[in-house]
Structures are given as C-alpha cells and as structure tokens.
Ligand binder design. Structure first.
Ligand SMILES: NC(=O)c1ccc[n+]([C@@H]2O[C@H](COP(=O)([O-])OP(=O)(O)OC[C@H]3O[C@@H](n4cnc5c(N)ncnc54)[C@H](O)[C@@H]3O)[C@@H](O)[C@H]2O)c1
Length: 347
C-alpha cells in the first residue's frame, strides 16, 4: 500500500484513477482546483477512509508526504485550455516544477500525463515515441501542446540531474463516463446531441479517428507506474483501432435509438488533427493493449450521459414547479415599492 497523490483527481481521468487506486488498497490524496473537474466526480469516494480531497492549484507548491504522484492536473479540452492560455501553460510548466520538486524532496515516483498533442500535426502515421513532432509554437493550441512538451523536458531534466524516478505517458484520445457534456470533445458531443434529439455535427467527414476507453487507459497508467525504475518512457497509451467519424456517429445513433440527423461541416482551422498511436512499446513493456470494444465503451458512456440528462431534467422540472408555485402563492398580493421592500428586509 502506498500514499498516492493524484493531481487533477476530480477530473475525468483522475476520478477513475482515484477509484482504481482505492480498490487496490492505496491511500489516495486527490488534489484539484475544480476548474474543469468537480466534486461530483469523486462524491462517491468521499467518506472512504483512505480517500482525501484537497482544493489546491498546482501552480503553487504543495507540501505533503507521498510515495507516488500521478500528475494529471491540466485543462485538457480546447474549449477549456484556450479560455486562459497563460494559466494553461503555467499549469503544465509551473505545475511540473512543483510536482517534480515534491518528488525530489520525498523520493516519490512521479508519472506525467502527457499527450499525443506533443506530436502536433504529424507527418508520420501512426506515431511512434521516437517521432519528435511538428508543433506550431505560436498557434492557439500551443499553450497546451508546448506546455506539455516543456513538462516532458522538465521531467527528463529532473531525472538526469536529480535522479527523480519518472514515468511519462503520452495519452491519446480517451472517452468514457465523467467526460464533460459541454467541453466540445467529439464523443460527448455526439452522445449528448443524439440523446437530446439534436442534429449530430460531423466535422471532417471521412476522417479516421481512434479512441481508448477510460478503464483501459487507467490500467495502462497503473502498469506504467509499476514498471522498473530504469523505465521512464515516453510511452504511447491509446487505442490504435481506427474508424471514421461517420461510423462513430452511426454507432451512437444505433445505441441511443435516436433519430437525430447527421450534418457534415468542414474541419475548423488548426483542429482535429489526425493521430493514431503506435503502441508497440506499450505491448512490450506494459504487456498492455486496449480490451474494451467501441460498442461496449459507447454503451457505458451513453448510460452515464442518459442518467445525467435525466437528473438535470428532473432538477429543471422541480425548479420550474417551485417557480410556478411561488407565483401562484403571490397572486393577489400587491407589488411593493422599493422603500417598502427595503423596510421589510431591514425590519
Ligand atoms: N482525456 C483525454 O483524452 C486526454 C488525452 C491526452 C492527455 N490527457 C491528459 O490527462 C490529464 C487529465 O485529462 P482529463 O481528460 O481528465 O481532463 P479534465 O479536464 O477532466 O481533468 C483535469 C483536472 O485537472 C484540474 N486542474 C486543471 N488545472 C489545475 C491546476 N492548476 N491545479 C489543480 N488542478 C487543476 C481540473 O479541475 C480537472 O479536474 C490532463 O493532463 C490531460 O492533458 C487527457
């Protein structure tokens, strides 16, 4: 059993990781600034004797005693990370410095959630770890791409210079329950549009894409953390199986039973770059490859979003009912002037 710190632990991937670590008997400290993640993602873990939730921004130092650190804190969807690009880069760079400093002081092993975005707009397909990438350093996505690249640099420098035990995972597109409904990622977009009966928007029809189910991804991260100290990565983790956006949309329509129409739109500039992981290294070192089929993963994700939408509809319905009851109760009561109302408040 280890004391494990998960930064970004209230986010999509982080909450699943906290859950799995607790299942394995570890003591988990979940740290998050709740910018894109939320307490609701870990609400079911609160009260667990080995789980602790702390609000903290990793751009500031953190003084805790742990044996392992999973550094996941960073805004991950373009809508979120382009909202405050300076803060996005700080979360990757200052966050990495603070977490690596913590690992250096405590001797903890530290894993970085890096990304396939470090490959930028790649000229090779699929991308092996040896590919150095093609990133626009001044584009609107660079706050994320370059931040993550610099974080990798820092990880390897702390390793070479200070002997910090590091693991760098390059994560490719992942999906599953607890993705956010409104963060513009393709699978959550398709599912929510289908469940709401809205048109499903396909950007770049015919484009190949690939997605890894969250359970598979978390398994890979935990196997990576358990590797020998000599193994640092970087290592690709993702699903190499490709399908088209149209196939994906058709699958969502079938599984939701929705009658939404498919609407094709051109690709936005500098967006949705095609990537496919080469997972030869993960197969060799982690003895890992994805096991969850797309239809199974979609079904579990659809069930999650259906539940969330029903809960939201029930809340909206109750709110509308309460408003209607209030206005009914107020019928016939003359409207108060500002002075009367103030008098009421202060009396
Ligand atoms: N989901 C994917 O497909 C994917 C792909 C590649 C890489 N990643 C990486 O995995 C990690 C987790 O991604 P996710 O999809 O779960 O995203 P997410 O947005 O759901 O989770 C990120 C969490 O980090 C928190 N956070 C952000 N900045 C912080 C800060 N400065 N201090 C403390 N907490 C902070 C957010 O509030 C959120 O809870 C990220 O580092 C992301 O770059 C994810």
């Amino acid at each position: 059993m280890n004391r494990v710190l998960v930064t970004g632990g209230a986010g999509f991937l982080g909450s699943h990781l906290c859950e799995r670590l607790l299942e394995q008997g570890h003591d988990v400290l979940c740290v998050d600034n709740f910018f894109s993640g939320g307490r609701e993602n870990v609400a079911h873990l609160i009260g667990h004797p080995a789980f602790e939730l702390m609000r903290h921004d990793i751009t500031y130092p953190l003084y805790v005693e742990v044996e392992q650190i999973y550094n996941l804190a960073c805004l991950a969807s373009p809508i979120h990370y382009q909202y405050d690009p300076v803060q996005t880069t700080k979360a990757s760079v200052h966050g990495a410095i603070n977490m690596l400093g913590l690992a250096k002081r405590t001797g903890a092993k530290i894993l970085q959630a890096s990304t396939s975005e470090v490959y930028g707009d790649p000229e090779v397909h699929p991308q092996p770890e040896s590919y150095w990438g093609r990133v626009n350093p001044v584009g609107i996505r660079s706050c994320y791409d370059e931040g993550k690249r610099c974080a990798e640099t820092l990880f390897f420098n702390y390793h070479r210079q200070h002997g910090v035990r590091i693991k760098v995972a390059r994560i490719f597109n992942t999906y599953g329950p607890r993705m956010q409904a409104n963060d513009g990622r393709v699978i959550s977009n398709f599912i929510v549009q289908a469940l709401m009966g809205e048109d499903i928007t396909i950007y770049g029809d015919g484009m190949q894409t690939s997605f890894c189910y969250v359970d598979d991804l978390i398994e890979a991260l935990m196997r990576l953390m358990a590797t020998d100290d000599a193994f640092t990565g970087p290592i690709n983790v993702g699903n190499p199986g490709e399908f088209t956006m149209r196939d994906l949309a058709a699958g969502v329509l079938q599984l939701t039973g929705s009658v939404s129409a498919l609407v094709c739109k051109p690709l936005p500039m500098d967006d949705l770059r095609q990537r496919q992981p080469d997972i030869t290294l993960a197969r060799q070192v982690l003895r890992w490859e994805p096991t969850v089929q797309l239809a199974d993963g979609l079904e579990r994700t659809i069930a999650y979003f259906r539940d969330r939408l029903l809960t939201q509809q029930a809340i909206d319905g109750l709110a509308a009912l309460a408003t209607a009851m209030r206005s009914k109760a107020c019928e016939g009561i003359p409207e108060q002037t500002g002075t009367q109302a103030n008098h009421r408040l202060t009396a």
